[in-house]
Design a binder for this molecule. Structure first.
Ligand SMILES: Nc1ncnc2c1ncn2[C@@H]1O[C@H](COP(=O)(O)OP(=O)(O)OP(=O)(O)O)[C@@H](O)[C@H]1O
Ligand SMILES: [Mg+2]
Length: 414
């Protein structure tokens, strides 16, 4: 099978490996491997050995379910060490000819040449818009005539040591990193519509350890940020408030949690047995919601500050799209809407086919986005994945495929 791509989402809460094919608008999922994460905190590697073990386990599951041996992958990256800045680059166009790819590359090179400290590296350079001889907002200048081409680019940088630690953990699991992809860019790709990106939107992925956001306006990314706060903080709050272990607090949050106190009946209570000694405690669900609401509100206030800091707060006509595991807490949308004062939509990955059921959940937006974005941003050859043994169905498919090829022109040749 051709063009098999691997996405490896190394989260704080879970590690998700997806083997898939990008087919026009859809992603066809061939196999998935999900494993609880270890050795990560707030998007940063804290224990390389534990993390690579968890990565290896997730990759192994994906190999078993897909029948492909995984050698390389597009890998997610987040953490508060991420920074972004907008920059301009220009290039002169000589002779009476239209702008060509070489000119675009040179302009991007010039935009990329910003001074960054030696301990940081550039992760992405995304063109936002072009101008040609002073005419602004040119979308695609290829072939157009002019003397001076300028590009406005969004540049994302990361701490070299944080990236190196992540890369080493992935490589210790016998997987090479095709390319690192910033979490919120991947999430945006998985859940936003073209119309939202055009109109102006912020995508917010609330995970376990980080809250990742990206602002898209006029079809491209204008601002990105990673905040070191997420659903684990909500669980920690419950741990302290109830004086119970983290795992129990996590279960309470998922089974009984609500982010909106006023939605809960003040008389509703439930029993929790903290230490298995048969001494249950009675918990008022309204009080639990109060604890959760305070933290969720704080998360959205920090996001709001970041949006304001970007200077694009007045341009988000499509409002906010929220995803990530923590977006499943009931009431999250209402709290976000109250804090932001604009419309909010909850989202999970769409446009999936194949073995995709488990992935149709907000926790996997970034995981799914990695595949398509990796291919778009990259790289000469698609990710290497070889069948361990050719699955019988694939063999039949190949046979039928070769028959049809003789009868029909290739899709791309049509
Ligand atoms: N049904 C649910 N209701 C409420 N919260 C949930 C639910 N399922 C998962 N969560 C929370 O979502 C968070 C994990 O989200 P997610 O899987 O997106 O994180 P991650 O990608 O591993 O972490 P990160 O991206 O921050 O590194 C955890 O805090 C978890 O408690
Ligand atoms: Mg995540």
């Amino acid at each position: 099978m051709e063009n098999v791509v691997i996405g490896l989402d190394v989260g704080t809460h879970k590690i998700c490996t997806i083997v898939g094919q990008v087919r026009r608008d859809d992603i066809f999922v061939i196999g998935v491997g999900i494993e609880p994460s270890r050795g990560m905190s707030r998007g940063i590697v804290t224990d390389m050995a534990a993390l690579s073990k968890a990565i290896a386990a997730s990759v192994h599951k994906a190999e078993k379910s897909s029948g492909y041996q995984i050698k390389r992958a597009f890998v997610s990256v987040a953490g508060s060490h991420i920074a972004s800045v907008n920059s301009r680059g220009a290039v002169g166009i000589t002779g009476q000819r239209g702008v060509n790819l070489d000119d675009l590359e040179k302009a991007m090179e010039a935009a990329r040449a910003i001074a960054i400290p030696h301990n940081r590296e550039v992760l992405h350079v995304v063109p936002r818009s072009y101008s040609l001889d002073g005419q602004n907002r040119v979308r695609s200048p290829l072939g157009m005539h002019g003397f001076r081409l300028e590009v406005e680019a969004h540049i994302i940088t990361a701490s070299s040591t944080s990236v190196a630690n992540l890369e080493q953990s992935v490589e210790a699991a016998n997987v090479l990193v095709d390319r690192f992809i910033l979490n919120p860019l991947a999430a945006g790709d998985a859940v936003l519509t073209e119309q939202e990106r055009e109109a102006g939107v912020v995508v917010i992925d609330i995970g376990g350890g980080t809250t990742d956001l990206a602002i898209f306006i006029e079809g491209t990314v204008w601002h990105t940020a990673v905040l070191a706060i997420g659903g684990d903080l909500v669980t920690s709050d419950i741990t302290y408030w109830m004086n119970v272990p983290f795992d129990l607090a996590e279960a309470v949050k998922i089974q009984r949690g609500h982010a909106l106190k006023r939605a809960i009946d003040p008389l509703e209570t439930f029993l929790v047995e903290p230490f298995g000694d048969g001494m249950p405690i009675e918990v008022k669900r309204e009080e639990l919601a109060d604890v959760i609401e305070a933290r969720i509100e704080e998360i959205f206030e920090k996001v709001q500050q970041e949006i304001k800091r970007s200077g694009y707060d007045g341009l988000l006509r499509a409002g906010a799209v929220i995803t990530g595991g923590c977006s499943q807490l009931p009431g999250v949308r209402e709290v976000a809407q109250r804090v932001f004062g604009f419309p909010v939509r909850l989202a999970k990955p769409e446009r999936l086919t194949g073995m995709a059921d488990v992935l149709r959940n907000p926790s996997y937006s970034t995981s799914v986005g990695l595949l398509r974005l990796g291919l778009q941003m990259d790289t000469p050859a698609p990710t290497e994945a070889t069948p361990i043994t050719t699955p019988p169905t694939a063999k039949i498919g190949q046979f039928l495929g070769s028959l049809f090829k003789r009868l029909l022109p290739d899709e791309d040749e049509k």
